[in-house]
Design a protein around this ligand. Structure first.
Ligand SMILES: Nc1ncnc2c1ncn2[C@@H]1O[C@H](COP(=O)(O)OP(=O)(O)OP(=O)(O)O)[C@@H](O)[C@H]1O
Length: 612
């Protein structure tokens, strides 16, 4: 039964969750689904002729040895060799049994090895296909999900399938063979004793399944609690600076202690329930043994069975519980795997919204002449982000997009890079509808410099080279020089080889911006999209950035989402947007003369500056 908790339930469930709750928490129980199971098993296909059969043969060898040894001991060693006091037969039997055990030992070693390799490979393949698929998905997929939830699927959900693929499937086969083997042998040896001993089987199976279900639910609670603990820990570490600056450490610690205690409580309950299982197994064994002794002894005394059969029964009874208990475990594993695989397949079934046509053409020598022809666009059904926008950006022009927040500036930029397709109308570059063109040939001609520059972990050199992986060290340095980033890079401890952590925490906002300019310049795009930083930067850096910008813009079509008056003023064309519509456009002087919306915007910036 699928079960997800509401916030209210979670708060009730966890007394310490007064301030936060984490809606990602979900119980992981899904009904068994054959179709999905079959889809999962397809991942074993590449190994269907190598590792799979090898592991199955090894498993069969060790299981068959375990199955026949008790019969040999009962009917041959006890009834024949010892009964007839036949020493040479006894010697042969001892040697034979030893050889069989050695064979089983070798088969087991290989089974474990092959099964583990098989599991690891399947998980490796699954993670690879999931990652490459997710990387191909369009922006609208990432709009709907947090980075954290995507990470959980690629890491945790795939991990939770590992156990199924390493041991689960082969163990399942092994246990079925073992269990059916034991039942058949017991009935062949003595049908009445087999009936008496196996009579308790369905009862035990029923009770143990119930018990296991309870235990499983408790461990699910533990997992949910752990995920809350992780979420809180993650949030605390990410926000540590804000916590410290607002002196909220005490409150935060109290909250953490609360979640930690809840976690402990859930673990304690789960442990307690799990502790019932071992003694239950022992007790069931004991009941079986009592039945065996009382009824078995009666059968021996009345001459219906020999002592050897009795001994074989005792052996099998000891072996019986292991596969039964493991089958329950595998069933649990399957349920967990169902939940995880459902989430994984949900991602794999997601198709990119922006698709490339089969016969898509490549841009050759793009000039960078952009035309929007009656473009309408909505991110979601109920809100229109752009209404019938028609505009032209000529080759080499710098076009500034201005307007209030939410007016559609970034949306226009997103459509030029074809991160989304227009709902109506067409976006053309050099006269080609973008939907007819190859995505890679479009995007290699466009560089996007965002406000929040993303710095990857690696060296400064590698970060700049991201724009053109084949660039030489000299070309990287040249690009940095042109945009004026060279000065600060040289002052870093290791110059161009300084390691910057993910997101570039060791660099200032201005430095990060210069770095992203160098990256864009190195890529040498025909079209440059620049989301200008709103963060205030000191005048010296501002001047540097302006100079760098001029270099960067030379000979390219540039679309600037502009906030600084200095940038806007220099643009060839200024497009003023409001609520997804173009209000007016023209050069700075033309628009100032018009005394429209742009004039008001500029005036308000000046008024603000005066007020400062
Ligand atoms: N990924 C998205 N999903 C849904 N709606 C979105 C998405 N991105 C933007 N919007 C909406 O589309 C409209 C236009 O947003 P856009 O980001 O283009 O504005 P903007 O002018 O660039 O704003 P800002 O100056 O704040 O960056 C807004 O109403 C916004 O809420």
């Amino acid at each position: 039964m699928a079960k997800s908790m509401t916030a209210k339930e979670m708060k009730k469930d966890s007394p310490h969750l007064n301030r936060f709750y984490y809606p990602l928490d979900q119980a992981v129980e899904k009904p068994f689904n054959w179709k999905q199971m079959w889809r999962l098993l397809v991942y074993l296909k590449p190994y269907a002729k190598t590792l799979m059969p090898a592991a199955i043969v090894a498993m069969l060898v060790s299981t068959i040895v375990r199955l026949i040894v008790p019969v040999i001991i009962g009917t041959w060693v006890i009834d024949r060799a010892i009964g007839d006091q036949n020493v040479s037969l006894l010697t042969y039997l001892i040697i034979g049994i030893s050889v069989l055990y050695l064979l089983s030992y070798a088969a087991n070693t290989y089974r474990i090895k092959w099964v583990n390799i098989l599991g690891q490979r399947v998980i490796h393949d699954l993670r690879k296909s999931l990652f490459s698929h997710v990387q191909r998905l369009s922006h609208n997929f990432f709009d709907k999900r947090s980075a954290g939830s995507i990470l959980v699927r690629i890491l945790n959900d795939v991990n939770s399938l590992q156990e199924l693929f390493t041991n689960g499937i082969i163990n399942l086969l092994m246990d079925v063979v073992m269990l059916s083997g034991i039942i058949v042998i017991l009935f062949v040896l003595s049908p009445p004793l087999a009936l008496a001993v196996l009579f308790i089987l369905p009862i035990m199976f029923f009770i143990s399944t119930k018990l296991r279900r309870k235990i499983r639910r408790s461990w699910q609670d533990v997992r949910i609690q752990k995920s809350r603990l992780n979420s809180h820990l993650n949030e605390s570490m990410q926000g540590i600076r804000i916590t410290q600056s607002f002196s909220q450490e005490k409150e935060n610690t109290e909250f953490f202690n609360g979640v930690n205690t809840d976690n402990y409580e859930k673990e304690r309950i789960a442990m307690k329930k799990s502790a019932y299982f071992g003694p239950f197994v022992e007790m069931s064994n004991a009941i079986g043994t009592v039945i065996l002794i009382s009824y078995g002894a009666h059968l021996i005394i009345t001459g219906n069975i020999e002592i050897g059969v009795f001994v074989s029964f005792a052996f099998y009874l000891g072996m019986f519980w292991e596969p039964i208990s493991r089958l329950g475990q595998i069933y649990n594993q399957l349920l967990v795997a169902m939940a995880s695989s459902e989430r994984i397949f949900e991602f794999l079934d997601e198709q990119p919204n922006v698709e490339e046509k089969k016969n898509a053409k490549a841009f050759r020598d793009m000039k960078g002449h952009i035309v929007f022809d009656k473009v309408q666009f909505s991110y979601d059904e109920d809100r229109v982000a752009l209404h019938e926008i028609s505009l032209e950006m000529k080759q080499g022009q710098t076009v500034a997009l201005v307007g209030h927040t939410g007016s559609g500036k970034s949306t226009i930029a997103n459509l030029i890079s074809r991160f989304y397709d227009p709902t109506n109308g067409t976006v053309k570059i050099d006269g080609h509808d973008l939907r007819d063109m190859r995505l890679d040939s479009l995007r290699t001609n466009i560089s996007v410099v965002l406000q929040d520059t993303f710095i990857f972990s690696g060296t400064i050199m590698e970060n700049i080279r991201f724009g053109r992986p084949e660039a030489t060290d000299e070309e990287v340095k040249e690009a940095a020089k042109v945009v004026g980033a060279d000065d600060f890079i040289k002052r870093l401890s290791n110059g161009y080889h300084t390691e910057v952590e993910e997101r570039g925490n060791i660099l200032s906002a201005g430095e990060r911006q210069l770095l992203s300019f160098a990256r864009a310049l190195l890529a040498d795009p025909r079209i440059l999209i620049l989301d200008e930083a709103t963060a205030s930067i000191d005048t010296e850096t501002e001047v540097k950035i302006q100079k760098a910008l001029r270099k960067l813009l030379e000979g390219r079509t540039a679309i600037m989402i502009a906030h600084r008056l200095s940038t806007i003023r220099e643009a060839d064309n200024i497009i003023v947007l409001e609520h997804g519509r173009i209000l007016e456009q023209g050069s700075h002087d033309e628009l100032m003369k018009k005394k429209g919306e742009y004039y008001d915007l500029v005036k308000s910036q000046f008024d603000m500056l005066d007020a400062l």
